[in-house]
Design a binder for this molecule. Structure first.
Ligand SMILES: *Cc1c(COP(=O)(O)O)cnc(C)c1O
Length: 362
């Protein structure tokens, strides 16, 4: 029997296990020093003044939007080619997601499209650094500044990614996820990053029942808090992130070399000025070729993934809400993308096996 290769495989070592044991034995399981320590080291890593730990990436997005005063009557521009949470978090606030198409080359929101979708009601943009590659931040920052639009970054797939050496999550209000499949994990978990004290204070209040002082409630908030066990795992995972991202990049380079010049397959490009941390290694192939590759990989015990087979504006939920957008690039990409395993647990032999499986289908 051949070895199974998973599309993602969390890398947990004895340090994480002993950190959780230490917290459990301490008897302080919530709202303690571990959270404070994790927030401080995460802010330090992303290079922001503030970081606020949350229960997951979706609650980070939800709280980040509320902390930026987004709500009913506001429009928020966001890509349709993303995980559903990017747009749904806008719905939670009562605001309206407005979809912008992405660029074919890097799968990320197109700055020109953002500009086309701006109306007098546009209050914010939620950009998504998809698959671990930063969006084209220079023109995006310029658009946000000139139209006085708030910037929220869905960096849930891009821990450690950078644009011109500046880390994602430090351009606007950053939102991270530590779900089990991400570049670093706490099982479930999230983080908000910002340099704006007011947004940080708002976010802290929103994730804790609208309360700053115990039992004094200023507004309706939520319980979006992280636990001490998650924070302890997070601190260890963060210390390994750079090393693990480098392994992902090296794995991606190996695929780039092995899979070069195959007719019908387009390899992912790292755009200029970007540090791509390869949350996913995503190739493009027209649907018939993609289906053949998926079948062959599956037959050989190799996991792969289509992220995402249906753009958000085509989901039943959004059809019911009246969305009738035509976003040709998002729609085309959902027919073509295929993500191969690229995580740090892969061996060179695994990568060679994936490569030869793909080549037998051509
Ligand atoms: C994972 C992810 C989220 C949501 O994070 P959760 O921790 O699963 O709630 C949001 N946006 C994107 C792009 C993601 O990949």
């Amino acid at each position: 029997m051949f070895k199974q290769i998973k599309i993602s495989d969390p890398l947990i070592g004895p340090e994480e296990i002993s950190a959780v044991g230490r917290v459990l034995r301490s008897g302080i399981l919530a709202r303690g020093e571990e959270i404070r320590k994790f927030e401080e080291s995460f802010a330090n890593y992303v290079d922001t003044e503030h970081a606020i730990a949350t229960s997951n990436g979706t609650t980070a997005l939800h709280a980040a939007l509320l902390a930026n005063d987004i709500g009913k009557g506001d429009e928020v521009i966001t890509p349709s080619f993303s995980f559903i949470a990017s747009a749904n978090s806008v719905l939670y606030t009562g605001a309206k997601p407005v979809f912008a198409d992405v660029r074919y080359e890097d799968f990320n929101i197109s700055p020109e499209e953002i500009e086309n979708k701006i109306t007098k009601n546009t209050k914010a943009v939620v950009v998504v650094h998809l698959y671990g590659q930063p969006c084209d931040m220079k023109p995006i920052m310029k658009i946000c500044e000139s139209h006085n639009i708030k910037l929220i970054e869905d960096a849930c797939q891009a821990h450690g990614a950078a644009y011109n050496d500046k880390k994602v999550g430090s351009f606007g209000t950053g939102c991270f996820s530590f779900y089990a499949t991400k570049n670093m994990t706490t099982g479930e978990g999230g983080m908000i990053t910002t340099n704006d004290k007011k947004i940080a204070d708002n976010a802290r209040m929103i994730i804790n029942h609208g309360s700053i002082k115990a039992y004094e409630n200023n507004e309706v908030g939520f319980n979006f808090r992280m636990t001490e066990m998650q924070a302890a795992i997070g601190t260890v995972q963060l210390s390994k992130l750079e090393k693990n991202n480098e392994i992902r990049i090296k794995n991606a380079e190996m695929f780039n070399h092995l899979l070069r010049n195959i007719e019908g397959i387009e390899l992912p490009k790292t755009m200029p000025c970007r540090k791509h941390v390869f949350h996913q290694y995503t190739i493009k192939a027209i649907n018939v070729i993609r289906e053949k590759i998926v079948a062959e990989l599956t037959k050989n015990g190799i996991g792969c993934g289509i992220y995402y087979p249906k753009p958000i504006h085509k989901q039943d939920l959004y059809i019911k809400l009246g969305y009738r957008d035509s976003l040709p690039i998002s729609e085309k990409l959902s027919q073509e993308v295929l993500s191969l395993p690229v995580h740090p647990r892969l061996t060179e032999e695994d990568i060679e096996r994936i490569d030869s499986c793909i080549k037998t289908t051509i």
